[in-house]
Design a protein around this ligand. Structure first.
Ligand code: ADP
Length: 270
């Protein structure tokens, strides 16, 4: 079974599209792998699979092996070094995007076909040993989510399903969508690991000051209401877009402050 050798399965959810769910998945994957863990990313956002673009691997093709589809390797594991004392863990990605004839297309499928694809993605990808499998889901609570939850409950051992990270923006907190997402977790028995507020404030590229353009803090209040953990806020950062679009390493001037604290951005290079 393809999930058998995975230690922790984490879903990344959001009530709406465009709040940065795939971006947070990408950053989580990079951070975990740079901390020495072996990581897999499964992109089941059939509405617009953007994970291959974020890792700069859009033109890759997946191949079928006897054990299932082989995910694309972003980087293999590497031994401890001065910069990464725990070593760097392998990072592998599987996305529906690799199977679409035109990259960047969204699929126009009926519900049953989508749910069948989600089931197949969970059972037919050969991950081998993984510390973490991060699953980037479509926005909202759709047929794919129900199918995902059902398949996970059937195919994974309960201790493997660590839970869900819910991504929101300060504006989206005010809408019912994100609350629906939290209720979905309650109903399906998936633990909420916590809420991330993305696009909270804007980091000025000139002075590195972070300004709260929209109200900030809503994610934290909502997390408190639901009795779940608030994991933190990520500002709008034009350098992040540069990294995604060009693959160039973002440079943060030393001492960049976000919400009064020194910014610990992940530095990476393709
Ligand atoms: P979702 O998966 O929720 O649809 P994405 O992760 O695809 O959202 O993000 C939507 C757009 O916003 C992308 O172009 C992404 O690069 C950009 N984006 C997301 N988070 C940030 C951020 N913190 N700073 C700057 N740009 C961001």
């Amino acid at each position: 079974m393809s999930l058998a050798k995975i230690k922790h399965i984490v879903l990344v959810l959001s009530g709406k599209g465009g709040v940065g769910k795939s971006s947070i998945t990408t950053q989580l994957a990079l951070s975990l792998s740079l901390a020495g863990h072996s990581v897999g990313v499964l992109d089941v956002d059939l509405t617009g699979p953007s994970i291959p673009r974020m890792f700069g691997i859009e033109s890759e093709k997946v191949t079928q092996a006897p054990g299932g589809w082989l995910p694309i390797t972003v980087h293999p594991s590497s031994p401890p070094s001065d910069s990464h004392p725990s070593g760097v863990g392998s990072l592998r990605v599987m996305s529906l995007g690799f199977l679409l004839p035109n990259r960047g297309d969204a699929v126009v499928w009926r519900g049953p076909k989508k749910t069948a694809m989600v089931r197949q993605f969970l059972s037919d990808v050969f991950w081998d040993d993984l510390d973490y499998l991060l699953i980037d889901t479509p926005p909202g609570t759709s047929d794919e989510h129900i199918s995902l939850a059902e398949t996970l409950l059937r195919q994974a051992r309960p201790e493997q399903v660590s839970g869900a990270v819910v991504v929101t923006t300060p504006q989206a907190v005010a809408t019912a969508d994100v609350r629906k997402e939290l209720n979905f977790c309650v109903k399906t028995g998936i633990k909420v690991l916590g809420v991330v507020e993305n696009m909270a404030g804007y980091v000025c590229p000139n002075c590195s000051e972070c300004t709260n353009i929209f109200s900030s803090g809503g994610g934290e209040v909502m997390a408190g209401e639901f009795g779940v953990k608030f994991l933190g806020r990520v500002p709008i950062d034009p350098q992040f877009l540069v990294l995604i679009e060009t693959g160039k390493r973002p440079r943060y001037p030393k001492g960049t402050k976000v919400n009064g604290e020194e910014f610990q951005g992940v530095e990476t290079e393709r």
